[in-house]
Design a protein around this ligand. Structure first.
Ligand code: 6PG
Length: 244
């Protein structure tokens, strides 16, 4: 696990963009394609915009990049809350990504179980079995959830499937999420964490007792892959100096 603290969110995003291109270029060289599962929420938006900017938009063959989503809300793809919509507006459309390169949760399907089953099948079909993503981008909520693996929810205990529906009582909603086995099988995992409001939780996750039911982000431990925590200075404010 590599923890890197950045003075500014701009420096963090630049490092993340360089890492994205480095991992992607290597993946395309090694096996002809780059599979990446995107994080939702607000943090990744600036990174998506940077990747779509003139600085990076010609640094990789986007036709060989295949996009998935670490999680999704139970909303339609054009909803303000949709993780797909945020990526579509800030990354896919600006880069003219072909829809054949985008695998989203089909939240227009009639029920939550079916949405998860369909996504599970499309991922298993793409990977011809259990997925090994080249890169998974993750955020962390101030309750230490990641993807839509929220504290004390059923999906935390899913050890077989790749993609599941998950009832999140505290939000009074259904969410969709990749599972720990699917995430931890990735070659590379990058957490993007910014903001002082995350400092307390981040300290507990990185330095506190191992309590994954309470702090699901603690259970992100790639089997054989690499884990990077990219953190801005304010989120890292409470970490022990020798930890970073
Ligand atoms: C989501 C995300 C979620 C997110 C964290 C952090 O659908 O909300 O996938 O896991 O990464 O909630 O969100 P922010 O980046 O908005 O702080």
């Amino acid at each position: 696990m590599e923890i890197k603290v950045f003075e500014t969110i701009e420096n963090l995003n630049t490092f993340a963009a360089e890492k994205f291109i480095e991992i992607g270029t290597q993946a395309i060289k090694n096996h002809g394609q780059f599979t990446v599962a995107l994080a939702g929420g607000s943090t990744p938006k600036a990174l998506f915009q940077l990747l779509a900017s003139n600085k990076y938009n010609n640094k990789i063959n986007w036709k060989s990049v295949f996009f998935f989503f670490g999680d999704e809300r139970n909303v339609l793809p054009d909803d303000d809350e949709s993780n797909f919509r945020m990526a579509n507006e800030n990354l896919f459309q600006p880069l003219n990504i072909d829809s054949d390169n985008i695998y989203r949760w089909e939240t227009e399907i009639e029920n939550v179980k079916k949405i998860a089953e369909v996504y599970e099948k499309s991922i298993q079909h793409f990977f011809r079995g259990f997925p090994k993503f080249d890169l998974i981008l993750l955020g962390m909520g101030d309750d230490s959830h990641t993807a839509s693996l929220f504290p004390s929810t059923k999906a935390l205990n899913e050890m077989e499937k790749t993609a599941v529906e998950n009832r999140v009582e505290k939000l009074e909603t259904w969410r969709f999420t990749l599972t720990f086995p699917a995430i931890n099988n990735a070659e590379n995992i990058i957490f993007l964490v910014k903001g002082a409001e995350k400092a307390e939780t981040l300290k507990r996750v990185l330095e506190g007792e191992f309590q994954p039911e309470k702090y699901p982000s603690q259970n992100i431990k790639p089997e054989n892959g690499k884990l990077f925590w990219l953190i801005d200075k304010s989120a890292a404010g409470l970490l022990n100096k020798n930890d970073v």
